[in-house]
Design a protein around this ligand. Structure first.
Ligand code: MN
Length: 202
């Protein structure tokens, strides 16, 4: 396979009680796997088959914005594959601490780390329907961005530092309709802020 499903970077029980094995069985084992499998089918005998996943996302996004109907399905599955692969790496058991330099940059942009987390949660809650909430590095400026469905800042050249999935399948098993609770737990107990700090520095 050109675009295999990545293993989780921790055991599927490692984020309990905040994110359950039942959620991972469904979210990684079924939803993410389905995007990866569908992408493999769609790229057979196309130029996309020889590209990296990021290249597929950027090219199919450009083609689908130009009105190519075949590119839409490829973009949706490729972007969901990429977004989920990144999302798993944005969490770590117990969460982690941001670097001093990252905290300084956050303070400068948002006032404090606490205010940033509130704004991140509010943006995720404010994403109507399915989508994602991101912290991105836009040429050195930190920005909170929300995207609908499969849309991803990778397609438009922004550098993602962290993402939370706000599709219902990401939280319904553990939090039912309480998206704000899920996002607060994500920012306080799951987010790998050390990894985000490294991406910001890199
Ligand atoms: Mn998802």
């Amino acid at each position: 396979m050109s675009f295999p499903l990545p293993d989780l970077p921790y055991a599927d029980t490692a984020l309990e009680p905040h994110m359950s094995k039942a959620t991972f069985d469904l979210h990684h084992g079924k939803h993410h796997r389905a995007y990866a499998t569908k992408l493999e089918e769609l790229v057979v005998d196309t130029p996309y088959a020889d590209m990296t996943l990021e290249q597929v996302v950027r090219k199919s996004y450009a083609d689908y914005k130009k009105g190519d109907p075949k590119a839409t399905a490829i973009f949706n599955n490729a972007a969901q594959h990429l977004n989920h692969s990144f999302f798993w790496t944005c969490m770590t058991p117990g969460g982690s601490k941001p670097s001093a330099a990252f905290v300084e940059a956050i303070d400068k942009e948002f006032g404090s780390f606490g205010k940033f987390k509130e704004a991140f949660v509010a943006a995720g809650v404010g994403q109507f329907g399915s989508g994602w909430v991101w912290l991105v590095d836009n040429k050195g400026k930190l920005e909170i961005v929300k995207t609908g469905n499969a849309e991803t800042p990778v397609a438009t050249g922004l550098k993602p530092l962290i993402v939370a999935d706000v599709w219902e399948h990401a939280y319904y098993v553990d939090y039912q309709n309480r998206r704000p609770d899920y996002l607060k737990v994500f920012t306080d107990n799951l987010a790998d802020w050390a990894a985000a700090s490294e991406r910001f520095a890199g």
